[in-house]
Structures are given as C-alpha cells and as structure tokens.
Ligand binder design. Structure first.
Ligand SMILES: Cc1ncc(C[n+]2csc(CCOP(=O)(O)OP(=O)(O)O)c2C)c(N)n1
Ligand SMILES: [Mg+2]
Length: 870
C-alpha cells in the first residue's frame, strides 16, 4: 500500500462518534503503516511477512485472533494494475475468434432445438466462460511435444458447445457433426452433450458432466503425475492439469473435500479456474453472501495460491481516485444477489443502488455515464486481467492455484438471458434475438441465416483463422485432446501363479491369495513397476501391511520421521518413490487415483495397473458415480471388493456387510465382475485381466470380490481356464455309485465365493443321506447374464444354456449375495430353480448364526435339497 493515509482509513473505527479519538487513531495507524513501508524498502517483502507474523503471534498470545483478516482479501483483483503484464496477443483477432465461437456454440444448441426433437443444450455457461477459455487456449494451455507430456484440459461440461465450436474451426470436427449436437446416431455423425471419452476418445480426456467429479479427478490426476515423476516413470516434463469448474459446482463435497490434498502434495502442476457467474441452475449460488470471498477463504485456508479476477479494466481509473476506499468498501459490502440484480438493471438503477446516498462514491461514479456503467465489464471478460491471472498461476511454485473469475451467466445473450435465473435452461431464442446477437458479435450472415442459426465458417485464409492455428501450433497442438498411444505389456504366464493354481493346503482366504499374487507381480521385471496398489486406510484389514516395506508408501516428502514400528518386519515405510497409494479414509480420492492410474495409458503413455482394494460395501454404493465415470473414461484396472459377503464379513452389522455390490456392479457395461471361490480361479481371472487390458488393450475393467474366510484351496486339475472366465463350470459331480442308485431328479448346487464351502459341506452331508448332487462353481452371475444377452441378440445359445444342455432336475443357487443376482438367470435353467441368498440388511452376529439366519448354511442347503428330492 503506497499511501499510508489510505490504509488508516480502511482501519478507521466506523462506529466511533468521538472525532478526537478517530483522528488520533488515524495518526497511530499511519505511523505503523509508514514503519512497515520502511521495513519493506530496507529489507524486502519477505521481512514484512515475517514481521507481521511476529505481530500476529504476539496478538494471539494476548488472546486476540485474526483469522477473518488473514483468509480474505478485499473484493478486488489479486493482481494489481502495477503488476499486470502487457498483453502479448492480438486482441482484435482474439475477440473476433471468440465472437465466432460464441455464435457457433449458440447455433449448435439452437439448431438442436429447432430440429424439434426436444433436444437443445446449454448456451449460458459457455457465454460466461468463453473469454477465460480463449485466453487460456491462446496463451497458456500446452499440448504434447517431444519433451513435454502435455497439459490436460478438463472443461465445465455445460460449456461443451464452445469447445466443439473451436474444434470445428480447428478442423477437428465436421460441420455435420457440429449440426448434430446431441444426435449421436445420425449417419454423418453427431456429438454427445458433454465430455465423454467413451464417445469421443480423441477429444475428451475425462468425463466431467457429473458435478464435482472434475475437481476431485483433476486433483488426483495432478498428484498421479507427481507420483509417476517421483517414481522415475515419467521422463518428460509432466505438464499441467487444468480444471474449469462452475461456482455452483463448488458446492460438491468431492471437490471441496479434497482440495487439502492438493496443497499437502504441493501440486503446482494443478490449476483450477472457477467460473464465478454467481448462478447455478435454479438461481444465485450465494445470494446473501459472496461466492468468490467464500471460496477465497476456503482455498486460502487450504494453502492454495488464490487469484481473484473480479473487475474489468474500466474500474482501474475509478480505483485510482478511490483514495478513501469508499468504493472498495461498497464492493465488499454488496452481496451476490445484488450484483446479480445489477446485471439485469439499467445503469441508472444500478447507480442509485450502488451509491446509496454516499456523496463521495457518487462523485467517483460521476466519471461514468449510465451507459458506461451498464457496459462496464466483470473481470472474466477482460482479456488483460485474465492474462495477468493465468500468468501468475503458471509461475506458482509448490502450491496449486485457483483462479476465481467473476463473470455473468448468459453474457452477451441479451436481456432475456443475461443474469436471469432461467439462463441455465435457455435453449432457444426469438428471431429478433438471433439477429440482434449476430449483429452484436459481427457475424456476417444474412438475417435469414441468422434466424436459422446457421454456422459461420470463416475463410481458412482469413487472418483470424491463421491466428487461431498459429497460436495452437506455438503451444504444441490442439486442446482438449486425448491420446491413445501406449506400449503393450505381456501378461505373465499362468505359471507365475503356480502356488495358487496347483492348490493351497494351508487354510487361507482369497484376500490373502490376492495379496500374495500382487506381491509376486510387484517383483516381476516386466509388469512390477506398473502395479499401483491403492488402499483407503485398510491395508492391515486385507493383510497388505507386508507390502509397506516391500514397495513403500508414496509420499512426495519421503519419510521425515522414524516410524514407531521401525524394528519390525513390516514397518510403516513412506518414500518419495513409494509405490503404494495410501489414500487415508477418502474413497472418492482413492477412486480418483484409480481413474488417474487406469487412464495413465492415454495421458502419460504408461500402462499403469491399479489394484484398488476396499471394503466391498464402500465401493459401488459409496462412489458408484465415479465407477460409472471410470467406464466412460475407458479406465483399466482392478477394483477389489474385500471383506465381501453379507455373512462372511460377520459381526459388523448393517453398514458393513455387503450382499449386493455385485448387483450394483452389474450395471456398468464394460465391467468384468467375478466372485471367485478358490485361489486358482482368482489367479486365472487376474492373469486374464492383465492380458485383456494391457496386452490386448481392451477397454474393460474388473471388479473382483475377495473374502476373509480361511479354507484350503483345491488344485485347478482339469478345469479349463475358459470355463472359469466365462462364469461357471462343473466343480464336482455326484459320486457315480450313489447316482446310479438314486431314483429322484438330479440335484445341482451352485456355489460362489466363500459360500462354496457351505455347498461342499452340504454335498457331503447329502451323500451320507443317499442324495447325490452335482456342484457347479459360478464365478460370475453377471458375465453369464451378459453372455446370454449377447447370444440372444445374435440368435445363438448362451454359454450357460450350452453347458446345461444335457442337464436337468433341480438347481439350487447359494451365495452370499441377494437373490436378485442369481435370479437374473433363473429362466435359463432346465428344471426347477431356487436361489438362496442374503436378502435384507446385514446384522451383527457370528458367521454361523448369520448363515442360519439368511438360510444359506450347509444345513439350509441340505434341507432345501431334501425337500426337492422327495
Ligand atoms: C452431480 C450432478 N448434480 C446435478 C447436475 C445438474 N446440473 C447441471 S449444471 C448444474 C448447475 C451448474 O452450475 P454452475 O456449476 O454454477 O455452472 P454454470 O453453468 O453456472 O457455469 C446442475 C445442477 C449435474 N450435472 N451433476
Ligand atoms: Mg455458475
């Protein structure tokens, strides 16, 4: 602050009526500010900070806290005019391009609407974010080059028309595709509503349409980039992760709840750009407060570099005469609901409300006519202010940056839209509005074409088109972009898992088998370094603590302390090049890490193999939307649902005992789900997963449940790998002699997971009573169902129908899952069919009591079989 007198005014005691005291106080404050200025001149800004910190500490020791003062700065741009760099671009051409993009984006939605098929899209979001996106794309966001991994640009999903329009000008989309927005099935091709890598894998790096996921995913992408760098896997400069977000979207706990990890991990490769248009879908984001100030406090409190872009350049001259900060104080005082009201009011109304009888403010504002006041821009539409903010963000060291950019929803769309509460859902416009907007944007189309919302296609040799291409060329290529180039891995031979395939005499759980398999794979030359174990504070639950010392837990800071268990075989080892991602109790974060690792093939050209291991009930029902997004993002890897089964996980009650995650998993189309009973099944499934995802590079991922019940595991013998992978095979036929003697209809028992042990026991008990049964191991009800659907559409017999061709009798399915899972196949069994399962809520009891209660114990199976055998 160069003018000490001004500082004194800010801190003046407003309520004091004692004039003498007020003057004295001003002098006191002036002296302090002058002293501080002297410190700055003699020692520099670092010492000023140190001095202030010492003063604050002293105040704290006296019981005086200053939290409000330190978390918020005045409601103005963070970068002062004096530090604003000159604008390096050609503003005239940039504005021309932006206007074309604004028009074409709007035209996409209007054409979709005009098609009369009830389609449309969103116009208002891009109208508010166009300038910031353009400044970033013309000057900052880089693409991949020989020594640069490339930036990742994750956009606000509802701004997609603007990004498509740009891709069209860049020659990456055809005019037909642009015209078929939201009509993907059209012959000439069409475009999906939002960023969906599955639908447009060459364009969209990650799915962002579900509010909140962009934030958390971008944070963990940035972290994963650092992880790869610290582990020595990424040779190029890693690039930046950009997340363009809505201010309403910042309500989402996935985003706001994970920002602390970004500062803890010092993610200076991460830039959030929050489009603060003060509105969400229904109305104001913070009508009674100020979203920018609220977010500033939250992000500053979390240790981010926070840059506010609030006011356009037109305010600069007013700030320079606001000697007593009357205007600043008014800016700080007005709430977002009022700022929104200004956006729909005339200059005159605005002025009256703004000045509110304050003579000094009135005199400052008299420098602007009503018209000028009305036209004055918010920072988000000022290229120079935005450039200054981005420039600062690029230079941040050791901290993530958030830009809080004030904009106006529906900017430039006229009275009917700008700042209106209905702006978000505005899908069409009157003919007059179309003509008027085109005129204002300088779109040289006839009024008829304007009314039809025709696209404007500039001459490829025009200055603006050449500028657009040259800027992107300079920055390495077009954005957003998604690549699909990654080396293929060779899956390990099944012999690597001989210890499990040939049977396990010791009584162990499938969880332990899996952990041992991971441990073996980690030591493999070809694939070891690519494995990414991810745990949300549950490694000990799954017996994975041995991996701590084997591979280390990733921490960018290494380990600054000696762990309490330093002398033990498996100490808690954190390391800069650690391989395990210990996520703490944050399933959303763990899932975001899974997605980052599972799509590393596209962004980082690395075939990372994530194994995310979690309590199965805290998977799909906790972060189901993120798993769905993984399907959209073409993510590869293994989701491992540990402590599975409503009765196998006993004693833990309603919120832990999972009997339904396979049903929830069944809805994700490219998810391979398995519920193995034995070590060899698990080995075959995991090996095949690696082969399909990393050798063949199929866009699938896996969900495998493992249990914590200990038992011995038979060898694979003559079971074919193919039958395990397809979902079902005959595990054990009835004893021949007994079968010959038996008069009744054959009985088949279907088992899976750890409940297979109950089935095996039931078979033995039934044989003692003279009832022969065949046991079938069902490794995947879901895949059998998928296969049936596919076969039916091709008019063929399904795998299940084929293997049951020569069977008949009674089929009893028994599992630790709700009966809806096996019931999906009920109609395919050639005989009677009964499902025994765990419908209802879990409850705290012993395993045995639970199995009796749900009717899936060996005894329950025996009873059912005897009833059918009569
Ligand atoms: C999880 C989720 N909930 C709700 C929606 C529906 N929705 C789409 S956009 C939107 C409002 C977005 O407001 P904001 O983030 O401020 O973006 P703006 O369009 O104002 O830039 C809502 C509620 C969604 N897409 N995802
Ligand atoms: Mg908004």
């Amino acid at each position: 602050m160069s003018d000490p007198k001004k500082a004194a005014d800010i801190i003046s005691i407003e309520n004091s009526s004692d004039k003498g005291f007020e003057d004295e106080w001003k002098i006191e404050v002036n002296e302090w500010v002058e002293s501080l200025e002297a410190v700055k001149d003699s020692y520099g800004p670092k010492q000023v900070k140190e001095l202030l910190r010492s003063l604050q500490n002293f105040a704290l020791s006296q019981g005086i806290t200053l939290t409000e003062a330190t978390l918020n700065t005045p409601y103005r741009n963070t970068i002062p005019l004096s530090e604003q760099p000159s604008y390096p671009g050609n503003l005239e051409l940039e504005k021309k391009i932006e206007n074309i993009l604004r028009w074409n984006a709007m035209a996409m939605v209007l054409q979709a609407y005009d098609s009369g098929e009830g389609l449309g899209g969103h116009i208002a979001t891009y109208a508010s974010s166009a300038t910031m996106t353009e400044v970033a794309l013309n000057h900052f966001i880089k693409s991949r080059s020989d020594d640069y991994q490339g930036d990742m640009m994750n956009i606000q999903a509802h701004a997609s028309p603007g990004i498509y329009s740009r891709a069209f000008l860049e020659g990456r989309l055809s005019i037909e595709e642009l015209g078929n927005f939201r009509r993907e099935l059209q012959e000439e091709g069409g475009l999906p509503s939002y960023p969906h890598p599955r639908r447009r894998p060459e364009l969209w790096p990650s799915p962002t349409a579900s509010m909140g996921l962009n934030g958390v995913n971008s944070i963990y992408y940035a972290r994963f980039a650092k992880y790869l760098k610290n582990r020595g896997l990424l040779s190029k400069d890693m690039g930046k992760i950009w997340a363009f977000l809505g201010d309403g979207e910042m309500d989402e706990p996935e985003t706001i709840g994970t920002i602390n990890i970004a500062s803890r991990e010092q993610l200076d490769n991460l830039i959030f750009v929050v489009n603060c248009n003060l509105q969400r879908l229904d109305g104001p984001v913070r009508g009674n407060g100020k979203i920018i100030q609220e977010l500033e406090a939250v992000f500053r409190g979390s240790g981010w570099n926070v840059i506010k872009v609030i006011w356009g350049s037109e305010w600069d001259s007013l700030f320079s005469i606001d000697d007593n900060d009357v205007m600043q104080r008014r800016m700080d005082e007005v709430v977002d609901g009022e700022y929104q009201m200004y956006s729909v009011s005339s200059g005159e109304t605005q002025r009256a409300h703004w000045i509110k009888g304050n003579k000094e403010l009135e005199s400052i504002m008299s420098n602007l006519s009503d018209e000028e006041l009305k036209d004055i821009k918010r920072g988000g539409f000022d290229h120079k202010k935005l450039y200054a903010a981005f420039d600062n963000a690029m230079k941040s060291k050791g901290k993530p940056t958030v830009l809080l950019v004030k904009t106006l929803k529906g900017y430039g769309l006229g009275k009917g839209s700008e700042g209106r509460n209905i702006a978000h859902q505005k899908k069409t416009m009157s003919d007059d509005e179309r003509i008027e907007i085109a005129e204002r944007l300088g779109i040289p189309l006839s009024d008829e074409d304007r009314t039809l919302a025709k696209f404007y296609v500039p001459d490829p040799n025009s200055k603006e088109m050449q500028y657009l291409h040259s800027r992107r060329k300079e920055l390495g290529g077009y954005q957003p972009i998604r690549f699909n180039s990654c080396e293929k891995l060779k899956a390990p031979d099944i012999e690597l898992f001989d210890d499990f395939v040939n049977g396990i005499d010791r009584s162990i759980s499938t969880t332990l088998v899996l952990v041992r398999m991971i441990s073996k794979m980690l030591r493999e030359e070809d694939i070891g370094k690519y494995i990414v174990p991810i745990v949300p504070d549950e490694a000990r639950t799954f017996g994975m603590d041995g991996l701590f010392s084997q591979t280390g837990i990733y921490s960018p800071e290494g380990q600054k302390y000696q762990p309490v268990d330093a002398g033990t075989i498996a100490p808690y080892k954190e390391a800069k090049d650690g391989q395990i991602l210990q996520e703490g109790i944050c399933e959303a974060g763990a899932m975001a890490s899974f997605m980052a690792a599972g799509t590393a093939y596209s962004h980082f050209e690395l075939p990372m193999i994530p194994f995310y291991i979690f309590y199965s009930i805290f998977g799909f029902q906790r972060v189901g939307d993120m798993i769905w997004a993984c399907g959209d993002a073409l993510t590869r890897g293994f989701l491992i649902g540990g402590t599975a089964g409503r009765t196998t996980l006993n004693g833990e009650g309603v919120q832990h005992q999972d009997g339904h995650s396979h049903v929830l998993a069944s809805v994700v189309p490219n998810l391979m789900t398995y519920d193995p009973a034995f070590g060899y099944e698990l080995a075959v499934i995991v090996r095949e997963g690696i082969r399909r995802m990393y050798q063949e590079q199929e866009d699938i991922f896996y969900y495998i449940t493992v249990y914590n019940e200990n038992y011995t595991h038979p060898p694979i013998n003559d079971v074919t790998q193919d039958s395990i992978l397809k979902g079902m095979y005959c595990f054990k036929r009835a004893t021949k002699d007994l079968e010959d003697k038996y008069q009744g209809e054959p009985i088949h028992l279907l088992g899976s997971g750890s409940i297979m042990q109950q089935v095996i026991q039931a078979q033995e008990e039934l044989e003692q009573e003279g009832i022969p049964t065949n046991i079938w191991s069902v490794t995947s009800y879901n895949l059998l169902h998928k296969d049936y659907q596919e076969a039916r559409s091709e008019g063929k017999s399904s795998y299940l129908e084929t293997i049951l061709e020569n069977e008949q009798g009674h089929f009893i399915s028994v599992s630790d899952w709700i009966t809806l899972l096996p019931d999906s196949l009920a109609h395919l069994f050639p005989g009677t069919y009964t499902a025994l399962g765990t419908d209802g809520f879990g409850l705290s009891e012993s395993r045995e009591a639970l199995r009796n209660y749900f009717g899936i114990s060996s005894q329950a199976i025996v009873e059912k079989a005897k009833e059918l055998a009569k």
